[in-house]
Design a protein around this ligand. Structure first.
Ligand SMILES: [Zn+2]
Length: 476
């Protein structure tokens, strides 16, 4: 049940329905954490509405609460999914100053209507608690089992595809609305402010261009001669049989570029390494290689972080996940203090909602950074803030923090995904996403692989994106 004895913030109280107390506690915990308070005075009521008020004010704000109060027989059934019909709620009269955008995206409940005021009760027709829960738990992915050819849940299969719901940090916007309500009810309360930031990362799938055993290099030599028809490339590949090529290795140079340019931008970047190769897509990487250790040291010495990048087959496999994370821990603890958080991102973003986070938590990973769509940028969990993952099946915390990924460069450029070849268009999309994240004081989390930072045009685009804005952006 709710802890009704938590210290409230000033005079604010929240009244919730009595069903699913653990799920309501999860949402209340998200709100408390975002506002930096220890809790609320919470009351239970048998109506399917959420009411928020204050002992200092006669006004009461009321929201429908349909999703979290649905009958148990429907819970986690396909029929319980919202249809994803997005509408916009005009908030310009009630929240003209606070909300940067004067309209709120709404898809729960459907056919919502408008804000109604009667006898000090302000009825806002948005299932705020249900939507926050639906988005953060990835409820949809427990119910909709459509997966792509590799086994991933893609944007194409999501209800968030309709009217581009994925393009809104909907959870963060709802939390801003709640913050505004709290401030109206009790103007003197102190709410924690978060600072927006750029969260840069690189999955080091290809640390070296001149890599692999004799077979791989012979294959490359044949490709240089017959496919690429480049004598220069063939000569360099031949040289790599006898000589260490690190000084001219373009992938290694790109990694050093990422390190340097992020130092200049004041960003601490995270570099994810595949610990063990169990599949051809893992590219024969191993963190026990001394060249990799040297590279990891260069990264941590430069003030950046290293994280684990469990291989292609680990996402549903207990044994392979444990083996990968154990292998990573050896160099990691040699380089970092045991107090440092273990960050993880799944290779190819192979992430299954009911399985992967639990495997990671079991192996003492602190923060997962995989939750973004592989096929499109956007807000897969409706937020650009970190949050604890929660399982709607058991209605309990999973024991791991999610740091959502907003954009991977490959989603923009791959012909299988957005297929953008005009870098000005890519820049526009990236700047818009960055503005949206900054407008809700969130983290613009961007993944850019080093092997896509060889060309100078891509490097220029990267530099244009990873520097902070001078001024906080406004949500459009
Ligand atoms: Zn990868």
């Amino acid at each position: 049940m709710f802890n009704e004895n938590l210290r409230g913030i000033g005079s604010i109280w929240i009244e919730c329905p009595i069903e699913r107390p653990d799920s309501f506690s999860y949402v209340l915990g998200i709100i408390a954490d975002r506002f930096g308070v220890s809790g609320f005075s919470v009351r239970s009521a048998s109506r399917n509405v959420i009411r928020i008020g204050s002992t200092l004010s006669e006004s009461v704000y009321e929201f429908p609460c349909e999703f979290l109060t649905m009958p148990q027989a429907q819970w986690l059934s396909f029929g319980s999914l919202p249809r994803g019909h997005l509408e916009f709620l005009d908030c310009s009269k009630e929240f003209p100053i606070f909300l940067q955008s004067n309209s709120l995206p709404v898809f729960m409940p459907e056919g919502h209507g408008e804000i109604l005021i009667s006898n000090n009760c302000i009825h806002i027709p948005v299932d705020i608690f249900g939507t926050i829960y639906f988005m953060l738990t990835r409820y949809e992915e427990y119910v909709n089992l459509a997966r792509d050819s590799m086994g991933r849940f893609s944007m194409k299969s999501s209800i968030l595809r309709d009217k581009e719901i994925y393009s809104y940090p909907i959870v963060d916007l709802y939390l801003i609305l709640l913050e505004n309500i709290f401030l109206k009810l009790a103007p003197d309360i102190s709410i924690k402010k978060r600072l927006p930031k750029i969260d840069v990362s690189c999955d080091v799938d290809h640390p070296f261009f001149y890599a692999g055993g004799i077979k791989t290099r012979i294959k490359r030599l044949i490709g240089d001669i017959f496919k690429r028809r480049s004598l220069r490339a063939a000569a360099l590949t031949s040289l790599s049989f006898f000589k260490n090529m690190d000084d001219i290795d373009c992938y290694l140079k790109a990694l050093k570029f990422i390190i340097e340019v992020n130092c200049q931008a004041g960003n601490s970047a995270t570099f994810f390494f595949i610990p063990i190769s169990n599949h051809k897509n893992d590219n024969n990487n191993s963190v026990s290689d001394s060249r990799i250790y040297k590279l990891m040291k260069l990264i941590t010495d430069g003030g950046h972080k290293v994280g684990v990048h469990p291989g292609f087959l680990t996402f549903m496999n207990d044994f392979l996940m444990r083996e990968a994370i154990d292998a990573f821990k050896k160099p990691f603890f040699k380089l970092s203090s045991s107090k440092n958080y273990i960050y993880s991102r799944q290779h190819y973003l192979m992430w299954e909602v009911s399985k992967t986070p639990k495997l990671l938590a079991k192996n003492n990973v602190d923060i997962d950074c995989s939750l973004g769509f592989n096929d499109h940028p956007g807000f897969r969990a409706g937020t650009c803030h970190q949050f604890p993952l929660f399982d709607p099946r058991t209605e309990s915390l999973i024991g791991i923090i999610e740091s959502p990924l907003i954009v991977m460069e490959w989603s923009l450029f791959s012909p299988n995904y957005m297929g953008i070849d005009d870098l000005d268009i890519a820049k526009k999309i990236l700047i818009e996403l960055k503005e949206k994240c900054f407008s809700v004081d969130g983290s613009f989390s961007i993944l850019w692989h080093n092997n896509h930072l060889v060309d100078s045009n891509y490097k220029k685009l990267y530099e244009d994106i990873i520097f902070p804005f001078d001024e906080k952006a406004k949500f459009k």
